[in-house]
Design a protein around this ligand. Sequence first.
Ligand SMILES: [Zn+2]
Length: 504
Amino acid sequence: MNQVVKKIIIMAFFLTAFIASNQTIAASVVDTNSTYTYETMKKDLAELDETYGDLIELYTIGQSVYGRDIVLVRLGNGQADTFYNGSHHAREWLTTILNMKMIESYAEAAEAGTTIEGYDVRSLLEKGTLWFVPMVNPDGVTLQQKGLQAFPKDIHKSLISMNNGSSNFDRWKANVQGIDLNRQYPSGWEEVSTTSPSWKNYKGEYPFQAPEAKVMRDLTYLLNPAVSLAYHTSGRVIYWNFNVDQEDLGRDQDIAELYASLSGYRMVPTYAGSGYTDWINEVFDRPSLTPELGLYAGERHVDPATFPETWRRNKEAGLAMANESVKLQFPEHTPGDQPVVLGDRATERDILPPRDIDDYYEKALDIMEDYHLSQEESIEYYSWYQQCKGDCSINDPELNEVFDKLLHFEDLPEQKDIEEDKTWTIELNTHIDPESVNKDNVYIQTTEGQAVPLEDAVVEDNFITVHAEESYRKGKSYTIYVKDLISAGGQKMEEPVEMTFTIQ
Ligand SMILES: [Zn+2]
């Protein structure tokens, strides 16, 4: 009797040891050799979010026609934004696997402090942020993988008819409205010939008609990425140059050539527009690439068993693009795009310009414009707005969390001809608690939203004096912001103020 119990204990011990060591060796969350579904992606993202703390954050930024979440993933915390997306086209879900594998591998390397092909991933994720929408078209992917049974009976007939009368959906590329999401962007859209809703190529009645494409539009304005990558799967080529301005051609070509050399994909000229990359190339004047990951597999998905080859070609290339974003350092808005925002300059540069927007989105924008939102707050706000739909209240407790930090600055008259070494004296109507004055509530920014390094402010009674560490630059404009001060009597300052000044 004794002996039997002992045996069980030993076996249990070995079993535990085996499980533990197995976990450390093969900790990978993303199974790349599988029919990678929407449900698997959601489960894997939740696990990665849990595992990697502040490094990874998830946002639900909208819903597909049949209510599947469109998920945005933030990886890293730096200034330079790079945007990756996959599965615009339903049958091309190998691209979702690539997005997911990048998220996991790059997070793992950053956490461990290891390098990938010479890239110090941790440091790269401090300088830049990698944003992913791994599955732009979750309904389409689900239809392609699971067929009719995943959708309500009353649309089966129309799905079959859009699929040339077949109930085999292997070839499906569109969303479930039969709109090709990569024919929904306005650059070159007019020229795309069209028929009617179909498993592929139908451009819709107007650009951004499909909810999935609309989310991509809004998100692009929010992120304003330096470099973006829209992954597809057919042909091992790269599209990169739709209506690129002459002065940007060299820059964009260098970036496409870098991707081509690392991946072995061939650069080809884009002859027809209306895709995501075309829109970025033409409208945003920023580099954007469409890497086509695999060899043409016929009218169906690429076998996920081929993924190791795809990974070998794109692992370093993905990081190289994030590194290019860091190097590019764009001014955040081009002239004429400036939105009217009541916030500090750093906030202003992150808010989307009101272009090409419908009523629903305009409402959201109006509210955003009245507040001082960081990029992350804007995304949180957008995510909240997308989920509350018609039933949104400014008093929603969830929204209050976002708005807690937000402020509306009162604009004081602009000052001109200021000397380079100016010391500012701020006069308040009452004595100020010196403890309440710091670099987060009395600060100066350039017009690009960069913080100006300041000496410690001097507080005396109802005066605060502020001096920059270095001289201001001739002809440049700056804005000083004052907020959240506390009076000697413990009262909080009512309205934050800003004042712009220009150096002589
Ligand atoms: Zn495609």
